[in-house]
Design a binder for this molecule. Structure first.
Ligand SMILES: Cc1cc2nc3c(=O)[nH]c(=O)nc-3n(C[C@H](O)[C@H](O)[C@H](O)COP(=O)(O)OP(=O)(O)OC[C@H]3O[C@@H](n4cnc5c(N)ncnc54)[C@H](O)[C@@H]3O)c2cc1C
Length: 435
C-alpha cells in the first residue's frame, strides 16, 4: 500500500481528478470503480483520518447485492469469513428458518476494510492514512475543489464524501433531520451458543421497547457477533439500548460478562429527496444514507461507489461537474430502489406501536419472508416485486386480526418471561420452527 506520511505525496502531485475523503468500503469501491472505468489511478487520492486496520462497529454481513457490487468491481473477500446459508427469524417462542439462495458472507470489518483499501492501493490509487480532511472549498470558476488535511492542501476536480456517518461533506449538504438510527455491536466467544452457520434476526425485543431487531451472527474462530438496530421512532438512550441488548441476549442464553460492553454507532437512513451532491462534490455510503429497515450499509456503500464513479467519469469526459443528475441516478439504481422501499417498510413496521399490526405481515405471510430472504441473498430486486408485496398487504387486511392476536400473545409472553428472568434469562425449550 502506498502510505504517504510526508508533506509531498509519493506521486509528487498535489492536484488530482478525484479526492475521496474516507477509505471505508464506499470510498475504496468508488476509487476502484474509477480506475476500472479508465481513470488513471495516480489521479485518484483517498485520504482517511484513521490508519487501517481501524475499528468499525458492524455486524459484518455481506449480502447478495454486496457480492454483486464486489464482483462488478473485481474486489475479493480475502479475509477469514463465514458463509451463512440460512437465517432464523424469531419473535418470542415463534421462529422460522429461511434458506438463502446464496449465503451471506460474514466478515470482521477491521480486516475486511483494510483488505479493500489494500486492493484499491494495489491498483495504483494513492492512499493517505492517519490524515483526515479538515475542510474543503469549491472554486467553481477554477473548476477545482481544494481539500485541506492537517498536513497539506490538495486540489481536485471532484471531492467524494465517503467519510461515514459523521461526514463533514454531508453536514454541508443535508440539514440534520431528527435523531439517527442507532446500532450497537459486540463480538463474543460462542460459549456453546448453537448457531450452526445460521444468522439470527430476533424481533422479540420489540415486545419491550426496541424498534428494530437483535442479531446473532456467526463469525470465524467460533465466535459470534451480536448487536441490535434501533429505529428512532421511540427515543431510547444508549444505556437503555445496551440494557435491551443484554436482556434479549439473556433470553437466548447468551450472558454478558461485566467487561463485555457493546459499542454504539449512529446511522442515517437513506432519504430519496436529500441533496447528495453539489457542484464538484458527491456523497456516498453512510454519508448519503443507509438501509433504514435493516441497517445494511456495506453493500449500499459499494453500490453507491459504482454509481458515483459513473457520474465522475461522465464529468471527466465532458459532461461537467454540476452533478445535478446524481441524486436521481442513485434513486434509480437498484440500491436506491431497494433503499426507498425499505425506508417505507421501516416506517410501516417501526412506528411506535405499528409492529402489533405489521410484524404478522412480515413474519407469518408465506411470501413476504421468502421474498425478503431472496433480496438479502441478492437473488432478486425486491423493488421489482412490489405487486407481490401489495398482494401480501391485501391478504393481511383479511388475515390481520388473527395474526395480530398471535403477535400480541407472543409479545405478552416475551415481556413477561424476560422481565421475570431479567437479563440472565435462558431460552429454555420453547422455541419451535413454523417453516
Ligand atoms: C453496529 C453496526 C452494525 C452494522 N452491521 C452491518 C451489517 O451487518 N451489514 C452491512 O452491510 N452493514 C452494516 N452496518 C452498516 C455499515 O457498517 C456501514 O454502512 C458501512 O461501514 C458504510 O461504509 P462507508 O464506507 O460509507 O463508511 P465507513 O465504513 O464508516 O468509512 C468511512 C471512513 O471515513 C473516514 N473518515 C471520517 N471522517 C473523515 C475525514 N474528515 N477525513 C477523512 N476520512 C474520514 C473514517 O475513518 C472511515 O474509515 C452496521 C453498522 C453498525 C454501526
Amino acid at each position: 500500500m502506498r502510505r504517504v506520511g510526508a508533506l509531498v505525496l509519493a506521486s509528487g502531485t498535489t492536484d488530482y481528478d478525484v479526492v475521496i475523503a474516507g477509505g471505508g468500503p464506499g470510498g475504496a469501491a468508488c476509487a476502484v470503480a474509477l480506475v476500472r472505468a479508465g481513470v488513471a489511478p495516480g489521479r485518484v487520492l483517498i485520504v482517511d483520518k484513521a490508519r487501517f486496520p481501524r475499528e468499525k462497529p458492524c455486524g459484518g454481513g455481506l449480502t447478495g447485492h454486496c457480492a454483486d457490487a464486489m464482483a462488478a468491481l473485481g474486489l475479493e473477500v480475502s479475509v477469514p469469513a463465514i458463509a451463512s446459508a440460512s437465517a432464523r427469524v424469531r419473535f418470542g417462542s415463534w421462529s422460522r428458518t429461511v434458506t438463502m439462495q446464496r449465503p451471506v458472507v460474514i466478515i470482521r470489518r477491521e480486516e475486511f476494510d483494510a483488505s479493500l483499501l489494500a486492493q484499491a492501493a494495489a491498483l495504483g490509487v494513492e492512499v493517505v492514512q492517519g490524515e483526515g480532511m479538515k475542510g474543503y472549498e469549491v472554486d467553481a470558476a477554477a473548476g477545482r475543489v481544494s481539500v485541506r488535511t492537517g498536513e497539506r492542501t490538495v486540489t481536485a476536480r471532484v471531492l467524494v464524501g465517503a467519510d461515514g456517518v459523521a461526514s463533514m461533506v454531508r453536514k454541508r449538504l443535508i440539514p440534520r433531520e431528527g435523531p439517527p438510527i442507532r446500532l450497537f455491536k459486540l463480538e463474543l466467544p460462542a460459549r456453546g451458543y448453537a448457531h450452526g452457520d445460521a444468522m439470527l434476526y430476533d424481533f422479540s425485543p420489540m415486545a419491550y421497547g426496541l424498534r428494530g431487531y437483535l442479531w446473532v451472527f456467526p463469525v470465524a474462530d467460533d465466535r459470534i457477533n451480536v448487536g441490535l438496530m434501533h429505529y428512532p421512532s421511540r427515543p431510547l438512550s444508549g444505556a437503555e439500548l445496551t440494557a435491551l441488548l443484554a436482556r434479549g441476549l439473556g433470553d437466548l442464553g447468551i450472558h454478558l460478562d461485566a467487561s463485555e460492553t457493546a459499542r454504539g454507532w449512529p446511522a442515517w437512513g437513506y432519504q430519496p429527496g436529500a441533496a447528495v451532491a453539489a457542484p464538484h462534490v458527491l456523497l456516498l455510503g453512510d454519508a448519503a444514507g443507509i438501509d433504514a429497515l435493516t441497517g445494511e450499509g456495506i453493500g449500499v456503500a459499494m453500490e453507491h461507489g459504482l454509481v458515483a464513479a459513473r457520474e465522475v467519469v461522465a464529468g471527466l469526459g465532458g459532461a461537467g461537474f454540476s452533478f445535478v443528475g446524481y441524486r436521481r441516478a442513485l434513486r434509480r439504481a437498484v440500491v436506491g430502489r431497494e433503499l426507498a422501499l425499505d425506508r417505507w417498510l421501516a416506517r410501516l413496521l417501526y412506528r411506535p406501536e405499528a409492529y402489533r399490526h405489521f410484524l404478522g405481515l412480515m413474519m407469518f405471510d408465506p411470501k413476504v419472508l421468502e421474498l425478503y430472504a431472496a433480496r438479502v441473498s441478492g437473488g432478486l430486486v425486491l423493488a421489482d416485486h412490489k405487486r407481490a408485496l401489495m398482494a401480501a398487504l391485501a391478504r393481511h387486511v383479511f388475515r390481520g386480526p388473527g395474526r395480530n392476536r398471535k403477535v400480541r400473545a407472543l409479545a405478552a409472553e416475551v415481556a413477561a418471561s424476560t422481565a421475570a428472568a431479567g437479563a440472565g434469562a435462558a431460552a429454555g425449550g420453547r422455541m419451535y420452527d413454523e417453516a
